[in-house]
Structure formats: structure tokens, C-alpha cells
Design a protein around this ligand. Structure first.
Ligand code: SAM
Ligand code: DTB
Ligand code: SF4
Length: 341
């Protein structure tokens, strides 16, 4: 199996440059060689601590710098989170992703977070948390609690990143990803397309992910949701032509699929304003995971009724089995244990 981590920027740029039908054919071939092509993983998002975040991410409604009208809340009560997780499970979700608008969790927050992870896991759901930067000891606490995934996005190319966020660096983000990996938690890391970046930035974005020592098990590809009161939301409102072209978005999904063949590629934020045809092209290009429900963290999502209709139209079904990278890891650790000393 080809899980190269030595991709060059030139190789990735050449994939982006392929004729669209050729790129789609290659991505679809890689996809069906590694994943059941008609199955899509369903994940549900919940904001467990909203707004008031000290970071200045230019896209985000939850930054204190944004004038988005999002009200800051405290960390949700454990029981209230578990209730929402039960609803997600009943709606057919495989993974429950919980987000907190923090620069990093404080140690005093950790006991409640650990209790939430244990409670959601006990329901038979996969757990994912996104809490900002993590110290090694915090990653270890989450691993011990049984956390399956940690989401921390690199967001864009190293060069464009600096134009979007000033309060922490790409190196800080990579450190957190390293801490998560070292603790043995699966990594979920991706970014946002359509922030006004160039094709070369999209190349750099995929290159950064595909050359990590180990590919992220999940790669969320978000299309910017332009939120009023955020730097990027307001910029896009003034220059509507800056909106990402649908075909370029599909190209980004396809290149993620080809370069990270075993990862789950998640069609994340931005689906609400995407046509069914564009989403269908993304599934063809190898996207095999979505967020369900009518809300992301603060922004609207497509919603279960629309998704059920789209799945019926396209003949897609919910993924039930194990994801390929996790299966490969389980099998290789079983082999290692079986080998004579
Ligand atoms: N505070 C944590 C952090 O930044 O790691 C977790 C929550 S943060 C909202 C999770 C991710 O959502 C961001 O890294 C970004 O990629 C994505 N995101 C946030 N706002 C978005 C928007 N308006 N459009 C698209 N994606 C967005
Ligand atoms: C990710 O890459 N996208 C999700 C999840 N990881 C946490 C968040 C999308 C947020 C969209 C904007 C909002 O809801 O405020
Ligand atoms: Fe805070 Fe995360 Fe939003 Fe950045 S993306 S402002 S870190 S909640």
C-alpha cells in the first residue's frame, strides 16, 4: 500500500494541474482501492464551550476579535453533553466531535473533559475533541480516558497561515499534533479552502499534511463559511468573486485523497451552501465522511433531511465498519505482538 510521506510540492502541484476528469479518475481509483466507495462516515459536532476565544483566527465567529454576535458560554454540563451524544447515536452517527473555543484547556477543565470522553465512549460512539493546543500531559490524560481522535487543523499553507492567525504559529500547531500522536490518540487535521489563498497555498496545505511523519487518520476539508463580523467573512462579502470555485474545491479533495489514500477525507464546513452536484463530485473524488445535523459549531449545516435525500439520490449509505488506517494499525500491532522475540 502506497502511504508515501515524501511527497514534494512539485508532485502535488502536478496533481492539481491534471485535466479535471483525469484527476477525478485517479482519485476515484485510489478511493475504491482503499475504501467502500458507496459508504460515507457520519459524524456529529457539538460546541461544548462556545465563544470568547482569545485567538484571532480570521475565519472564526468565536474569537473575541470577531463582531459576530456569538455569545460566550461556559463549558457545558457533562450530563447535557451526554444527552446530545445519545441523540447523535440515535440519528445514526458513528463519531461524536466536541469543540471548545479555547486557546488551550486549563488543567482545571480536564476532569470534566475526561468524564465527558468516558461517558460518550461508553455509549459506543467514537469520540473526538478539539480544545486548542495541548500539553503532553493533557494529551496523555485524554488518551487514558479513551479519546479516539483529537482535531487540530493546520488550516492552510505555512505561508498563508500567518496571514490568517497571528496569536499562534503553525509550529505551535504541529507541536500539538506531535503531542497527540505521542500519546497514541488518532489525529484529525485538515484546514479551510476559500480564505483568499492561492492554488500554491492549497498545494502547501496538502503538502504539509501529506508529509507529516504519519498521515492524519481524518482530514477535514472545510470550505470557508463566510461569517459576518469576522475578518474573512467581511472580506469575502466585499469581494464575492473571491469565493472558492467549486471545481477547485473538488480538485483539493481529490489531491487529498490521492496523497493520503488511507485517511478519511471529511467534507466539512460549507456543505450547506454547496450544490448537490458539487457534493457528488466530492464523493466521487474520495470524500468519505461528513458532519450531519443542522448545526456545525456556530454555523448552519446541511441538515439530516437534506442529507437523507442526497444519500438516497446518490445511493450512498452510512459507513458501519472500521476505518482503513485504524484497521491497518490494529493489524500491524497484532503482527508485532505475534512475532517471536
Ligand atoms: N479552538 C479549537 C481550535 O481552533 O483548534 C477548536 C475549534 S475550531 C472552531 C475548529 C476548526 O474549525 C478550525 O481550525 C477551522 O479549520 C474550522 N473553522 C472554524 N470556523 C470556520 C469557518 N467559518 N469556515 C470554515 N471552517 C471553519
Ligand atoms: C473542522 O475541521 N471543522 C469543524 C470541526 N473540525 C471542529 C468545525 C467547523 C466550524 C464551522 C464554523 C462554525 O460552525 O462556527
Ligand atoms: Fe479560537 Fe478555535 Fe476559533 Fe481560533 S478557530 S478563534 S482557536 S475557537
Amino acid at each position: 500500500m502506497n502511504t508515501r510521506t515524501d511527497w514534494t510540492r512539485a508532485e502535488i502541484a502536478a496533481l492539481f494541474d491534471l485535466p479535471f476528469t483525469e484527476l477525478l479518475f485517479q482519485a476515484a481509483s485510489v478511493h475504491r482501492a482503499n475504501h467502500p466507495p458507496e459508504q460515507v462516515q457520519l459524524c456529529t459536532l457539538l460546541s461544548i464551550k462556545t465563544g470568547g476565544c482569545p485567538e484571532d483566527c480570521g475565519y472564526c465567529s468565536q474569537s473575541v476579535k470577531a463582531d459576530s454576535g456569538v455569545e460566550a458560554t461556559k463549558l457545558m454540563d457533562v450530563q447535557a453533553v451526554l444527552q446530545r451524544a445519545a441523540q447523535a447515536k440515535d440519528a445514526g452517527s458513528q463519531r461524536f466531535c466536541m469543540g471548545a473555543a479555547w486557546r488551550n484547556p486549563k488543567d482545571r477543565d480536564m476532569p470534566a473533559i475526561v468524564e465527558i470522553v468516558k461517558g460518550v465512549s461508553a455509549m459506543g460512539l467514537e469520540t473526538c475533541m478539539t480544545l486548542g493546543m495541548l500539553e503532553p500531559h493533557q494529551a496523555e490524560m485524554l488518551a487514558e480516558a479513551g479519546l479516539d481522535y483529537y482535531n487540530h487543523n493546520i488550516d492552510s499553507s505555512p505561508e498563508y497561515y500567518e496571514r490568517v492567525i497571528s496569536t499562534r504559529t503553525m509550529a505551535d500547531r504541529l507541536d500539538t499534533l506531535g503531542n497527540v500522536r505521542a500519546a497514541g490518540i488518532n489525529v484529525c487535521s485538515g484546514g479551510i479552502v476559500g480564505m483568499g489563498e492561492t492554488r500554491d497555498d492549497r498545494v502547501g496545505f496538502i503538502h504539509t499534511l501529506a508529509t507529516l511523519p504519519q498521515h492524519p487518520e481524518s482530514v477535514p476539508v472545510n470550505a470557508l463559511v463566510p461569517i459576518k463580523g469576522t475578518v474573512l467573512g467581511d472580506m469575502l462579502a466585499d469581494t464575492p468573486l473571491a469565493k472558492i470555485d467549486d471545481i477547485e474545491f473538488v480538485r483539493t479533495v481529490a489531491v487529498a485523497r490521492i496523497t493520503m489514500p488511507l485517511s478519511m477525507v471529511r467534507l466539512s464546513a460549507g456543505r450547506e451552501s454547496m450544490s448537490e452536484a458539487t457534493q457528488a463530485l466530492c464523493f466521487m473524488a474520495g470524500a468519505n465522511s461528513i458532519f450531519t445535523g443542522d448545526k456545525l459549531l456556530t454555523a448552519a449545516n446541511a441538515g439530516d433531511d437534506k442529507d437523507a435525500a442526497l444519500f438516497a439520490k446518490l445511493g450512498l449509505t452510512a459507513l458501519k465498519g472500521e476505518e482503513p488506517l485504524r484497521q491497518a494499525q490494529r493489524e500491524s500491532s497484532a503482527c508485532l505482538q505475534a512475532e517471536p522475540a
